[in-house]
Design a protein around this ligand. Structure first.
Ligand SMILES: *Cc1c(COP(=O)(O)O)cnc(C)c1O
Ligand SMILES: [Zn+2]
Length: 417
């Protein structure tokens, strides 16, 4: 596992013991001087580096900011986020035939997705930089989170959405939290191209997961899962299965593990296998991992009912692919029908998720059938967003309402009939 170069001395550009480093050429930059999203030398992705790395003993408090020892600041604009449930699902667990199955339901964050974890940190950094306008491209959930956290911080927010391809609940959130919404006649990847251009021209501070500080907040999903397992079972899960869109979460979880390994809190052989699931109609990461590439090739045309992962050009692939490989994980694609089946199975155990979220469970089901996932494994599936985000998908997957007359006897007849 590539280490975080703990032996390196803190560079002069560090502030608060934090700096940015290019994952390709190692170039180091000051973190809070001026907005920067890619390496000025080679265009590579940037990641946050710290003077010291976290141990479990260093965590205190609640939510995302419990993990301040692994974040660039002590506290940020908070609604509050994190502390999401790690559900037991006895029926699904026995159907899957694994040692244990838990569902980390990120849909229970304040705006209904894990994006809130990234936003609380990203908006704190925006305040440090002194920017006035925040922007993102979004398949929906990032825009909802940005609008809420930006609004809370009193900053202007601008979101670019693929016209007609965003679930109703998400647009409603962005609208009511006060974002200016631009609907682009293109897909998510085109929206990201445009908003990146705007950011490069200094028109707005970019809060997509290309922003390395978003991923710092999202690392806390990994810390929460590992801490919960450590407390409850005195061991760590063998595998974490998650839906993949831009691959930000995959990259963030991998970084959480590397940091714990760097501090000695986690042994290399204890690192969970990162297992990424994509929709068949939008699976460039699956292709790249299967072909042994270090980056994805852009899919120009993508389609899936799981709109949150309808992405053809995952920007964080160069960070996420090593995470899949080095942890001995894998990737798999699933059909929309398999996604809907998994969404229903989760809902039957009381866990309401949007379609993209159910991809994790659909992927696990396939990997168990093929024997890639063993019966002796402790598995955690991440469900990334709440059922109410996409009410149309939920209604389509669920039972049909039946009309009855306005009369008790007639209702009884109907129930008997
Ligand atoms: C953003 C999002 C994803 C994709 O996450 P990445 O970090 O971009 O891979 C998956 N599911 C939901 C519900 C999301 O909002
Ligand atoms: Zn570089």
């Amino acid at each position: 596992m590539p280490d975080l170069d703990l032996a390196a001395t803190t560079p002069a550009c560090a502030e608060n013991g934090v700096w940015l480093a290019c994952i390709d050429c190692g170039h180091e930059l000051a973190p809070f001087d001026t907005p920067v999203y890619r390496c000025p030398e080679c265009e590579g992705l940037l990641e946050a580096r710290y003077e010291s790395y976290p141990t479990f003993e260093g965590f205190a408090g609640r939510g995302v900011w419990r993990y301040a020892a692994a974040l660039p600041f002590e506290q940020g604009v908070s609604l509050p986020e994190g502390d999401t449930p790690l559900h037991r699902v006895p029926r699904l667990e026995s159907e899957m035939g694994v040692r244990s199955l838990r569902i980390k339901h990120e849909g229970m964050n304040p705006t209904g997705s894990f994006k809130d974890r990234g936003m609380t940190v990203g908006v704190r950094v925006a305040e440090e930089l002194g920017v006035s306008r925040l922007a993102c491209a979004s398949t929906g959930n990032t825009s909802a989170a940005l609008a809420a956290y930006g609004g809370r911080a009193g900053l202007e927010t601008l979101v670019l959405l693929p016209d007609g391809k965003v679930a109703a609940g998400k647009v409603a959130q962005a609208a009511l939290h006060g974002a200016r919404i631009l609907e682009v006649d293109g897909n998510f990847d085109s929206c990201l191209d445009i908003v990146s251009d705007l950011a490069d021209r200094g028109e707005a501070y970019l809060l997509n997961s290309l922003n390395p500080f978003r991923l710092e907040g999202q690392k806390t999903i990994g810390f929460e899962i590992l801490e919960a397992f450590r407390d409850e079972y005195d061991r760590f899960p063998d595998r974490i299965v998650l839906p993949v869109g831009n691959a930000g979460n995959t990259a963030a979880l991998y970084k959480a593990f590397r940091e714990l390994v760097a501090s000695g809190a986690l042994a290399e052989e204890e690192v969970p296998k990162l297992t990424g699931v994509q929709a068949e109609g939008a699976a460039p990461m699956v292709e790249a991992v299967e072909e042994g590439w270090d980056d994805t090739e852009r899919w120009d045309s993508v389609e899936t009912r799981a709109t949150a992962i309808r992405i053809g050009n995952p920007v964080n692939a160069p960070k996420a692919i090593p995470g899949i490989r080095e942890t001995d994980g894998t990737t798999i694609s699933v059909s929309d029908t398999e996604i809907t089946d998994a969404q229903r199975a989760l809902a039957e155990e009381g866990i309401g998720v949007e379609p993209a979220s159910a991809a994790s469970v659909a992927g696990l089901r396939k990997l168990r059938m093929s024997g890639v996932v063993g019966s002796d494994e402790d598995v955690v599936c991440l469900t990334t967003g709440h059922l109410l985000k996409d009410p149309d998908a939920a209604a389509a997957a669920g039972s049909e309402p039946e009309s009855v007359p306005n009369d008790t006897e007639a209702v009884l007849d109907h129930l008997d009939g």
